[in-house]
Every structure is written in structure tokens, then in C-alpha cells.
Design a binder for this molecule. Structure first.
Ligand code: PLP
Length: 416
């Protein structure tokens, strides 16, 4: 293990030979990804989200390929999160009714017969934005009530977006983790059914379903890569809030490729880096960071790792990296100003941070050890997940138009 103390980018790396694969295979069997995909394909409006290539940018920064799974066009929700929430609700209903997936096609799932059989259900969740919107959307589609708790720093646009799907939204004093704690208490009192993307003692089944729901995205990616003659990416940069997405993509690829899985790099905002802190402490346990979790990356502003996600990440991730906000803002601007005929990509703060992180790792001083460890070169085929589009239009414009969160001048690049 090596660590650094460079002020802007921090990291912890893990040597390859320690990878355990059992948990990945258990949580992300290939058959489950197939099942999740079969479910999502039945949702009206479902389409494979694009895997976009940015060859000119790849050439400029000296890597073999940059591939961006663009979730900004996922259904009508501009974020990957709907894949997890919808699949978890589906599995919950399936279990409640004692039906197999063949016995519960989408048409039947949304029928009045199923609704009657289930009786009244209120789905509930805490969110920092995108997950709650997905749960509200799915509840509305199925005709159930929905209650979403957000924390006090959540932007009005994000709250309005959740309300637009008919959910009741309550603002909780404190941060995301306070909102989670409050909804657990209130759900118990009111008999609500929590669909959470984080887990706790005695509550792991639904968060596991959520992570399995995300695998539709990766099954699509593999199909799209095979169309390009690429067996797998060499590196995956994945952003983390509670770590469910990161565990899902890393678990999926380890389940599929074992020790030959791509190098996986988990990226977090420096002010909400609970996964990195857990890796740095290195005692195998999940550790919490507290406070305001002040970052422009609203979707990643979480201080407590999802324990089941952390367990998998601890065994499989190759590197844990933290970056300041300007790295995410730069990533957004790079996506928004394509080189030559590279495609234009709309990417929000939490979506763009991983591309920003790669560029910072390649360009900033004092990061040589991490660069060497990752072995990124002209052969590398690097995968990014653009996990959200323009989910907060005011914040988006402030960064793209007004230049908010500028890169410090010493890190300005001088590419030709
Ligand atoms: C846009 C976006 N990207 C990434 C994440 C990270 O997901 P996780 O909390 O599972 O780590 C989130 C979580 O809300 C998100 O909204």
C-alpha cells in the first residue's frame, strides 16, 4: 500500500495480488445481470444508453481510448440511479407476491390486479437527489405513495424534480447521513417501506438489489465494447458517494473477468471521502467522515460508506482517490467543449469528476507514484461512467458559463 500527501489529490493503492473474488461472484453473478437487464428492457422508453468514444481527447492526453457510458440520457431521468431503484422495487414486489420474474412481467407489474394484491404501500428513501427522483418516478409509475427525505443543502431544483413525480419531500436538518437516520426512524413509525441505496445491520437485501440493478449498465457496456472489438476496458474510473455504484461496477467486472478485471479507481470529493478514509485506515472496517460534506458534487456528498459495498471495495478496488471540487468542474467543461468531432457530452458535477480526475492525475505535479501504479499509457482503454447529465441547471450554468470553481493557475494545461 502507498499513500501520498500532495495537497490536491490524495490516494491509497492496493496491490493486485490481494484480490478476493468470492464476494463479487456471489453478489454479481452473470445470471443476475441478465435478469436485471430483462426487467429494464420491458420499461417503456428503455433504450441502451450510448457508450461514447472521445478519440481526439484520448490523443491529446496520450491514452489509447476514452469511453464514456452516457447516463445523461437514461430514460427521462438524466441519471443511472433509476436502474437500481426500479429493479429493487420490482424485486421487492416479486418477493412480497411470491412470484418468479417470468410470472411478473412489466405489464402485469403495473396492473390493478398486482396493486390490489399488494394493498397500500408507501415507498420511502433518503437521497441527495438522483436516487430519490428514481424512487419517486418508479412509485408514480406503479401508483404507490412515495416519501423522500433530503438534507438541508439540497438545491431547490433537485427538490422540485423529485416533487414533479408526485412524491412528498421533507427537508431534514444536517447532511445526507442525518436524512438516512431520520427516515429509518420515521419509516418504522409510519409503516413505510424503505428503498435505500445504503445498507445497515439487518437491512442488506434491498441495497443489494439496487446494486444488482445497476449491472444493466455494465452488461450494455460489454455489448457495446464487443461491437468495437474490445474485450474489456483496461481501467475504470468510478465515482463514489456511499459506494454502491463503485461496488457494483467493480464487482461485476471481477465476477466476469476474475484476476484479469480492469484496474478500478474509486474517486471521491475531498470533503466527503468516506471510502478513501476507510481504505486509508485499512482495518477492513467502514469509517465515517462527518460535518457539512461541503462539495459541488451533490450526488457524492455522503459521509458513511454503504457497509456491504465497502466490504467488496476493500477486497477489489485498486486505488482510492480524492479530488477537490475544481477537478469536477474541469471535467464538466472538458465534456462540454469537445475536440474536433468528439461528441458533446452533458455531464453534471458528480458525473464529470472521474474524467477530471484522470486529467489531473496525468497533469498535476506530485502524483507520479499514482501514475506509475496505474500504468496508464497509449494502449489504455479507459472507461468512465457519466452518471448524471444536467440535474441542477443553475449550478451547471454557473460552472460552464460563469467559470465557477476554476482550476488553480499552476495546474492550467499547456497542450498544443
Ligand atoms: C450522479 C451520481 N453519480 C454517482 C453517485 C454515487 O453513487 P453511490 O452513492 O452509490 O456511491 C450518485 C449517488 O447519488 C449520483 O447521484
Amino acid at each position: 500500500m502507498m499513500k501520498n500527501t500532495t495537497p490536491d489529490i490524495k490516494w491509497v493503492t492496493r496491490p493486485r495480488e490481494t484480490k478476493e473474488l468470492e464476494l463479487s461472484k456471489q453478489m454479481f453473478p452473470v445470471s443476475r445481470a441478465r435478469e436485471a437487464r430483462l426487467f429494464h428492457r420491458q420499461i417503456p422508453g428503455y433504450a441502451i444508453s450510448p457508450l461514447r468514444a472521445l478519440p481526439n481527447l484520448a490523443g491529446l492526453i496520450g491514452v489509447g481510448g476514452i469511453w464514456v457510458k452516457d447516463e445523461s440520457c437514461r430514460l427521462e431521468l438524466n441519471s443511472f440511479k433509476i436502474l437500481g431503484g426500479s429493479y429493487a422495487i420490482y424485486r421487492f414486489i416479486q418477493k412480497r407476491l411470491g412470484l418468479s420474474s417470468q410470472q411478473l412481467p412489466y405489464e402485469y407489474l403495473i396492473s390493478s390486479e398486482v396493486k390490489q394484491a399488494l394493498g397500500k404501500i408507501t415507498f420511502a428513501s433518503a437521497t441527495d437527489g438522483n436516487h430519490g427522483r428514481g424512487i419517486a418516478w418508479a412509485s408514480q409509475k406503479l401508483g404507490f405513495d412515495c416519501v423522500i427525505y433530503v438534507h438541508s443543502e439540497t438545491s431547490r431544483r433537485r427538490i422540485d424534480a423529485i416533487r414533479s413525480y408526485g412524491a412528498t419531500v421533507k427537508v431534514i436538518e444536517g447532511n445526507y447521513d442525518d436524512a438516512v437516520r431520520q427516515i429509518v426512524t420515521d419509516a418504522d413509525t409510519n409503516g413505510w417501506q424503505i428503498i435505500s441505496d445504503t445498507s445497515w445491520d439487518g437491512y442488506t437485501e434491498i441495497p443489494t438489489w439496487i446494486m444488482q440493478g445497476y449491472t444493466t449498465m455494465f452488461a450494455e457496456i460489454q455489448e457495446q465494447f464487443s461491437g468495437q472489438g474490445i474485450i474489456k476496458p483496461t481501467h475504470i474510473f468510478v465515482q463514489a458517494g456511499v459506494g454502491a455504484l463503485a461496488a457494483s461496477v467493480i464487482g461485476y467486472y471481477h465476477s466476469l473477468f476474475g484476476q484479469d478485471a480492469p484496474k478500478c479507481i474509486v474517486v471521491e470529493p475531498e470533503n466527503a471521502a468516506c471510502i478513501y478514509e476507510s481504505a486509508k485506515i485499512g482495518d477492513g472496517r467502514a469509517h465515517t467522515v462527518s460535518g457539512a460534506l461541503d462539495t459541488i458534487m451533490a450526488g457524492l456528498a455522503c459521509g458513511e460508506p454503504n457497509p456491504i459495498a465497502w466490504e467488496l471495495l476493500d477486497q477489489t478496488a485498486d486505488a482510492f482517490v480524492t479530488v477537490p471540487d475544481y477537478v469536477a468542474a474541469k471535467g464538466m467543461r472538458i465534456y462540454a467543449t469537445p475536440l474536433h468531432d468528439d461528441p458533446f457530452i452533458v455531464s453534471g458535477e458528480s458525473g464529470a469528476v472521474t474524467l477530471g480526475a484522470l486529467v489531473a492525475i496525468l497533469e498535476e505535479n506530485g502524483v507520479d507514484e499514482l501514475r506509475d501504479f496505474l500504468g496508464i499509457d497509449q494502449q489504455s482503454q479507459i472507461l468512465f461512467l457519466n452518471t448524471e447529465g444536467n440535474t441542477d441547471p443553475v449550478g451547471f450554468r454557473q460552472i460552464i458559463w460563469e467559470g465557477a470553481n476554476p482550476v488553480p493557475k499552476e495546474y492550467w494545461s499547456d497542450h498544443d
